[in-house]
Design a protein around this ligand. Structure first.
Ligand code: PMP
Length: 408
């Protein structure tokens, strides 16, 4: 499947440092297929105008494109209505909007907010800030030794005092797929709302918000073949209707008086200012592309990539792999360390061989502490990667190992 799929991604057809590019950093941002690039080009060449206020033809075309993208997102995550789909800049903005909108209105002193040790900074800091402002208590769900979450632990940490539970669908470091549907049940059973950070989940597996019964879902377009600068905040209509906007200005208003104003209906009351029109169009094209390939096919391919990568990488002496060893419990990424070599040095040697991996704390410093690692390297896969890419990675790691053994 991958030769055809790979041919849709023009950027992959190049050499880096004299070697064919092996792109293993899709968890940071995915590459973009020609279908998305052409949709952006078509939008800017033929349809560009501002939305929702033009009486002219281009304005109507741009509005149709923008609102058409919203319907594609709705269907993709099976939201009940387009009123529940808000365009944002990405996962970070979406979670901040929940914390500043829902959080500020609903959290009071002594309330509990529950997250886990594996969260990305984007799903930690907005809650830290909210807890500080309101005198609320931020609690962490501890992890099992294999980097998974036990529902028994969740049941112990979530209490009737808990008002918000916020958990990532898939870890960007461990690859762990979390039982967010079951965690949502526990949250609701205690009267809390459930927020899901879908940044690493939505691009890789079928997500149905009505089945998950989450109250909010946040995700980013750029990790799912779409452009940067566009993301989604899904929220249940009943909650969003009672939530105040967090950005005020043009586009989001109904009536403006000298001292009082009223807001547009959902979803527009949360989209102040000129929206990210081209970004939404690109995300719509990305969703068409993902649907064409099929989320189940993508998920199956990633499990297979994870299995193959773990098996091949385990043959290297001194290589530590983090996260669950069962490929069905994880998505297509493998985080690792090689002996005592700093992951930045490993990544630099790999880059000299045309292989792009990520190195650092991956915006998850509390998790790094939990892993007792200052930093790690991460190879992450998407539908365009193949076993040959993993073979190249393993070969590159052997080169790095030899190089550093000689140096030290
Ligand atoms: N959550 C997770 C799990 C992520 O992996 C990322 C991106 N690395 C984010 C949140 C933040 O996404 P963005 O930078 O697109 O806002």
């Amino acid at each position: 499947m991958n030769t055809t799929i790979r041919s849709y991604f023009p950027i992959l057809d190049q050499e880096i440092n004299g070697h064919p590019l092996v792109y293993l950093d899709s968890a940071a941002t995915s590459q973009k297929p020609i279908q998305v690039i052409e949709a952006l080009e078509k939008y800017y060449k033929f349809n560009n105008a501002n939305v929702h206020r033009g009486v002219h033809t281009l304005g109507n075309r741009a509005t149709d494109d923008y609102e058409g993208a919203r319907e594609k997102v709705r269907k993709f995550i099976n939201a009940a209505s387009t009123q529940e789909v808000i365009f944002t800049r990405g996962t970070t903005t979406s979670i901040n909007t929940i914390a500043s909108g829902y959080g500020r209105q609903n959290i009071v002193e002594g309330d509990e907010i529950v997250i886990t040790y594996m969260e990305h900074h984007s799903n930690i800091i907005p809650w830290q800030q909210l807890a500080k402002e309101k005198g609320a208590v931020l609690k962490y769900i501890d992890l099992e030794p294999d980097g998974t979450i036990s529902l028994d632990t969740v049941r112990k940490v979530v209490t009737p005092k808990t008002k918000i539970v916020s958990v990532m669908m898939v870890s960007n470091v461990l690859g762990t797929i979390n039982p967010v549907k079951e965690i949502a049940k526990i949250a609701h059973g205690n009267g809390a709302i459930m927020v899901v950070d879908g940044a690493q989940g939505v691009p890789h597996m079928k997500v149905d918000v009505q089945d998950l019964d989450c109250d909010f879902l946040a995700f980013s377009g750029h990790k799912m073949c779409g452009p940067t600068g566009i993301g989604v905040l899904y929220g249940k209509k009943a909650i969003l209707e009672n939530m105040e906007p967090v950005e005020f200005g043009g586009e989001m208003i109904d009536f403006v008086g000298l001292y009082e104003s009223t807001w547009k209906e959902l979803p527009w009351k949360f989209e102040g200012g000129t929206p990210i029109i081209a970004g939404a169009v690109g995300l719509g094209a990305a969703i068409d592309f993902l649907n064409e390939i099929g989320l189940d096919t993508i998920a199956a391919h990633e499990h297979q990539m994870a299995r193959y990568a773990m098996d091949q990488m385990s043959t290297i002496d001194g290589l530590t792999i983090y996260g669950p060893k069962d490929e069905m419990k994880r998505c297509g990424l493998v985080t690792f360390n090689l002996d005592d070599v700093h992951p930045h040095d490993v990544a630099t040697v790999l880059d000299m061989n045309g292989i792009a991996v990520r190195a650092g704390h991956h915006c998850a410093q509390p998790l790094m502490k939990w892993l007792e690692a200052t930093a790690t390297a991460r190879a992450s896969f998407y539908m365009y990667n193949s076993e040959e890419d993993i073979d190249a990675l393993v070969k590159g790691l052997r080169v790095a190992k030899e190089y550093f053994n000689d140096v030290f």
